[in-house]
Design a protein around this ligand. Structure first.
Ligand SMILES: Cc1cc2nc3c(=O)[nH]c(=O)nc-3n(C[C@H](O)[C@H](O)[C@H](O)COP(=O)(O)O)c2cc1C
Length: 199
């Protein structure tokens, strides 16, 4: 078994003509150079879940049969990067639904956020998402990347590293990854210990 943390990158926009692919591509480029973790990308378009309607919360009841594969993917992860746009001061309902379908698979794992949007750069979506991560007993990572897709606003995904906006973006990304992997490395053995104790 690999000792490197396995990080699942969850892309939370499924809308037609979405603009977030540019953000995911930027993140893929950044993560491709890292050897301190393994990364898997999941596009919620490929996880077709109906609106959560199980009789019990997955915290107390079984995962819905349609969410079993999703549960397996999340269960195997040691941490997450949520790539989320901002819709009406929050994050998309499709991402909330994907979170609500599971519970135990999220618990005691760190979650980092790459947000994007208009002038807000998705920071308000990220704030709301953090509250939900706490409820799922996750560790929300303070350091985040926020990208405004409004042309000319800094930071912008097209900004180069040798420009001021690019340097800011580098710092945000590196800070987020340092914290995410610190927590992933700290929590993975703790979860293993819990599993052993539970037999
Ligand atoms: C329904 C909807 C609501 C939005 N609300 C906000 C908002 O509250 N704040 C903001 O900065 N941008 C907002 N935007 C702009 C989006 O963040 C921007 O269009 C972004 O590209 C959406 O991501 P996507 O194209 O990958 O789905 C909104 C867009 C949509 C479609």
């Amino acid at each position: 078994m690999s000792t490197k943390p396995h990080i699942l990158v969850v892309f939370g926009s499924t809308r037609q003509g979405r603009r977030g692919d540019v953000v995911v591509d930027w993140l893929k480029d950044r993560l491709a150079t890292r050897t301190d973790a393994t990364f898997e990308f999941v596009d919620l378009r490929e996880i077709p879940l109906s609106f959560f309607d199980s009789p019990a919360s997955p915290a107390r009841g079984p995962v819905a049969p349609e969410a079993e594969q999703w549960a397996e993917q999340v269960d195997l992860a040691d941490g997450f990067i949520f790539v989320t746009p901002e819709y009406n001061h929050s994050y998309p309902a499709v991402l909330k639904n994907a979170l609500d379908h599971l519970y135990m698979q999220w618990v005691h794992k760190p979650g980092a956020i790459v947000s994007y949007g208009g002038l807000s750069a998705g920071y308000r979506a990220a704030e709301q998402l953090r509250l939900v991560l706490v409820e799922l007993k996750m560790v929300p990572i303070r350091e985040q990347v926020g990208l405004s897709l409004v042309p000319g606003i800094v930071p912008n995904v097209t900004t180069r590293s040798d420009e001021p906006g690019g340097a800011f973006l580098d710092r945000s990304f590196n800070g987020m990854m340092t914290e995410l992997l610190w927590w992933a490395n700290a929590l993975t053995p703790a979860r293993e210990r819990d599993r052993e104790q539970q037999g």
